[in-house]
Design a protein around this ligand. Structure first.
Ligand code: GLU
Length: 419
């Protein structure tokens, strides 16, 4: 098992090298950023409901902690591996640096399909995993949050386990918690809200406005896709298609998002939604729309299907949904790409607010949170666009360069020990 095993890590590494080359980065700093600072592999034994014990493979990777404690989600998914977790941790370093947070980058996960486990099994697995990584997490060290396959309940179990181990309540150890145990207003919707803000910034940047004829397709109708759809729909955009792992639904006149959300609440999945046509995920990615938001998982637009994409703007809601090759091809075709480390940064920005509120034991109102989120993302968007112009590069490279610029400054100031 090596860091380079997954195409995702190789792609993140290649994007880093490409951005580092354009900005003529200090090669010694670049060399350090190619590898995670620390990677912990743990075995997570769980007694299943039938009495047998099954051991799951878990990780927590801390990529870089120059700017502050590690920060990044926990993923429960069958594809989790050391290599994929390291790639995601690296992206968290660049995301946190880009939006100016005093946080480093980390990621964790367990190789499991959470749908295969009962609630009791899931709780046992989460608590044992938390115990196994407890030595490297903490409010001052590394602060997990939800990612694919985990949610507020997972974070409440993690917070409780960590607090039990220490003998008192420590809400600052994780973010994305339910409000009742120290969560922040607006955290649940923040990633999707950030995506919608970024689409608006991009439209304004291109001298356009979102209107009732702006067509949108969203790949992944979950924690990111639903709030993004809600916000863009409330603004009047026409959401013509959405999809999840069971497939997609399409209506060229525009879906009634409230009714789709209600259906998913009742049925858990989109499949069977009666008021639209069924389409496949591949068909959704190839729709002729103004905005396509891949908001599910990495590696959905690659060299195999990039030529089918007809969207004019792509908002990367997931982490790494487009490969480097797809970004280059689509940029050359004139597609405006809002890169993941900017487009989905809303989640970690409000996680940061939650961490700060928890440490201060003083909580803010929703308007304050959304206003601060908007302003932070606007500043980052403007920096990325300025960087893109300055280097005449693509938007992904621009986002990496803007982020690496800040990080490189901090790494050089702190220096290396021993030198
Ligand atoms: N998992 C989310 C991400 O990929 C959020 C991380 C966090 O809030 O720490 O950005």
């Amino acid at each position: 098992m090596s860091l380079f095993d997954s195409p995702f890590f190789q792609d993140a590494y290649a994007q880093l090298e490409s951005a580092g080359g354009i900005m003529k980065m200090d090669p010694n700093v670049l060399e350090r950023l190619k590898y995670p600072k620390r990677a912990l592999q743990v075995s997570v034994p769980v007694r299943l409901d039938d009495g047998t014990v099954k051991v799951f493979e878990g990780y927590r990777v801390q990529h870089n902690m120059t700017l502050g404690p590690g920060k990044g989600g926990i993923r429960f998914h069958p594809h989790v591996s050391l290599s994929e977790t390291a790639a995601l941790a690296m992206l968290m370093t660049f995301k946190n640096s880009l939006v100016g947070l005093p946080l480093g980058g980390a990621k964790g996960g367990i190789k499991v399909d959470p749908n295969d486990l009962s609630r009791a099994e899931l709780q046992a697995m989460t608590r044992r995993y938390t115990t196994e990584i407890a030595m490297i997490i903490g409010p001052d060290k590394d602060i997990p949050a939800p990612d694919i396959g985990t949610d507020g309940q997972t974070m409440a179990w993690m917070m409780d386990t960590y607090s039990q181990l220490n003998g008192y309540a420590i809400p600052g150890v994780v973010t994305g918690k339910p409000i009742a145990v120290g969560g922040s207003l607006g955290r649940a919707e923040s990633t999707g809200k950030g995506l919608a803000y970024c689409v608006n910034f991009a439209y304004a940047h291109l001298g356009k406005q979102i209107t009732s004829s702006t067509t949108v397709a969203i790949h992944g109708f979950g924690k990111v896709g639903i709030p993004a759809a809600n916000d863009l729909y409330a603004q009047g955009a026409k959401i013509v298609a959405v999809s999840d792992y069971t497939g997609g639904i399409y209506d060229k006149k525009g879906l009634n998002i409230h009714s789709v959300v209600e259906w998913v609440k009742q049925n858990r999945v989109l499949k069977g939604y009666p008021e639209a046509d069924a389409i496949t995920n591949e068909e959704l990615l190839a729709l002729d729309v103004d905005v396509l938001a891949p908001a599910a998982i990495d590696g959905v637009i690659t060299k195999d299907n990039m030529k089918n994409v007809k969207a004019r703007m792509i908002a990367e809601g997931a982490n790494g949904p487009l490969t480097k090759e797809a970004v280059e091809y689509l940029t050359a075709k004139g597609v405006f790409i809002i890169p993941d480390i900017l487009c989905n940064a809303g989640g970690v920005v409000v996680s940061y607010f939650e961490w700060v509120q928890g440490l201060q034991a003083f909580f803010w109102d929703l308007d304050t949170i959304n206003k601060k989120l908007h302003d932070i993302l606007k500043l980052a968007f403007d920096r990325v666009v300025d960087t893109q112009r300055k280097h005449n590069c693509n938007m992904k490279q621009a986002a990496f360069i803007a982020s690496l610029d800040r990080l490189q400054g901090a790494m050089r100031l702190r220096g290396m020990w021993p030198g």
